[in-house]
Design a protein around this ligand. Structure first.
Ligand code: ACO
Length: 275
């Protein structure tokens, strides 16, 4: 099997993304500040590409935004019936120009799945993903923060699930974590009003692990990264796997999973001890 090559600088630049890797830490920065880091299909496929090719030594992925915001969501040019982004048809143009409904449906389904892949890998057990959010996190930007395991918000953060207000649904994997975090009723209220959630309310609703003054965001992320990296990698991965299953498993199943994981941990410890 040939190894997939890592994203090129050109691919990342076209996607509006910067990637820096220092040892166990990868930092992904959404980098179209002149558009409040609006994202395109290329942003999401580049995120997926980063995930597929991430070095196995990376244990923490931090996602943040350059400029005034985390992200203003999808680039609205993707809906423009009269045009799209340079070199691309907009989603609506495709629907208007293609006559075969079932083929269009299949190709849109495949495209949305490829966009979702940019979000889904952030839940992998071998990494912990952290969204460091300041300014606006709207629509696809809010969903990107929800795709991460943990969220640290600056005091000026403003979250909004804008899709329903635009006649759409949130389709970038955001509905499940939103319901898990805030409950079904609150999720309905937030999505169907598309209202803005302040950082303080986000904390109350369990949408943020921590809220800090803007000037302290970087420091708070560094402290969290250091604390996470202090835990041995094998134990961190196994524990994240267990916590990931806990919601779906019965107590019986979860207890069995804990036993199996613990025996693996003990075996790993025993192998490291001198004979
Ligand atoms: N897509 C494309 N361009 C955008 C987007 C976007 N999502 N968001 C901002 N921009 C552009 C603006 O059009 C403006 O461009 P211009 O300088 O050429 O006029 C520039 O970024 C700066 O934005 P302003 O609106 O001037 O900045 P302001 O601080 O007043 O407002 C805000 C920022 C709140 C983010 C506002 O721009 C906004 O509401 N944007 C649209 C958000 C949106 O509806 N996103 C889609 C959600 S649904 C989804 O993601 C699937």
């Amino acid at each position: 099997m040939t190894q997939e090559s890592v994203p090129t600088t050109e691919e990342l630049a076209t996607a509006g993304v910067r990637l820096e890797i220092h040892g166990a830490l990868a930092r992904i920065t959404l980098a179209r500040p002149e558009r409040h880091n609006a994202m395109t299909g290329r942003t999401w496929t580049a995120l997926a590409h980063i995930g597929h090719t991430l070095s196995r030594s990376v244990r923490i992925v931090v996602i943040d935004g350059a400029g005034a915001s985390f992200s203003s969501g999808i680039d609205l040019a993707m809906f423009d019936p009269a045009g799209g982004l340079p070199g691309e048809q907009s989603l609506l143009q495709r629907l208007l120009s293609e006559s075969d409904d079932s083929a269009t449906h299949a190709s849109l389904d495949a495209d949305i799945a490829s966009y979702q892949a940019g979000y889904r890998w952030l839940r992998r057990p071998d990494i912990v993903s952290i969204a460091a959010v300041h300014g606006h996190a709207i629509g696809a930007g809010f969903q990107l923060a929800l795709a991460c395991d943990l969220r640290i918000l600056a005091e000026d953060a403003q979250l909004s699930m804008r899709e329903p207000a635009l006649g759409l649904v949130p389709d970038l994997t955001g509905t499940k974590p939103l319901v898990e975090l805030v409950g079904r009723s609150r999720a309905i209220e937030l999505c169907l009003t598309a209202r803005t959630i302040s950082a303080r309310e986000a904390h109350e609703l369990r949408l943020a692990e921590l809220v800090v003054p803007n000037a302290e965001l970087d420091g708070a992320v560094t402290d969290l990264v250091d604390a996470l990296l202090a835990t041995p990698a094998g134990a961190a991965r196994a524990t994240k796997e267990l916590l990931g299953q806990a919601g779906e498993n019965s107590l019986e199943e979860q207890a069995a999973a804990e036993r199996a994981a613990q025996i693996e941990r003990l075996q790993a410890m025993a192998q490291r001890l001198p004979e």
